[in-house]
Design a binder for this molecule. Sequence first.
Ligand code: ADP
Ligand code: MG
Length: 266
Amino acid sequence: DAITDTVPEAQLRAGRNLEHEVAQEDVIQLINMNKWYGDFHVLRDINLNVHKGERIVICGPSGSGKSTMIRCINRLEEHQQGQIIVDGVELTNDLKNIDKIRREVGMCFQHFNLFPHLTILENCVLAPMWVRKEPRAEAEARAMHYLERVKIPEQANKYPGQLSGGQQQRVAIARSLCMQPKIMLFDEPTSALDPEMIKEVLDTMVQLAEEGMTMLCVTHEMGFAKTVADRVIFMADGQIVEENEPHAFFNNPQELRTQEFLSQII
Ligand code: ADP
Ligand code: MG
């Protein structure tokens, strides 16, 4: 009996460990990453591992390199030193790798960057049809699915200019999701919005987080950071100065620059 009892337990434990390892799989690795704009050393020795399903909030003063860092992850900006590895693929000048990574990584910006001359639905099917070569019917069905998820299916045939800012940002999120990314990057998605529209966009992001999406969000919405983030990262002068789980980050910041920043925004 003792033996038969211990066997399943050992298996269970092994299974748990395995699960733990899978959960800890790094989908993004930045290793000693450096970037310059001309002579200006904008990112200094950035080291960051993001696990599958992890929600990371990046904050820090304006000009600290937050946008540059996340733009490097899908090669909207090029880094000059160190390594960026996304889902096992290293970002180099190899266009095949850049393509592969861009398919895995969705991005939402402060300004929604929707195509103004295309309807919401056309905005959503463009990349799936032209990049992924999906048949229109399939692309449209998925677009409608995601427009429903962000709660604006009834807007599908309108143009971006006919929607509110909050609605446009939700379209931008739905459009990214239509490419079925493994990772979503957000760069201050709510900072161009009127206050009454911030919540509807944050709610969409919370829902994504609850569904297990791996997310890197540059945001100053500290309520979002506190409730959703697994880890908060503070950047200043092109460096990661401090990182911690939200409770410790907000209640017990270690670095003077973090304390100063938090005292200004909270
Ligand atoms: P953040 O998103 O934290 O506000 P950014 O990544 O946008 O910071 O910018 C970091 C620094 O790099 C700033 O000093 C900014 O002026 C500079 N910078 C950003 N983009 C460029 C660029 N394309 N060329 C030169 N300098 C840039
Ligand atoms: Mg920025």
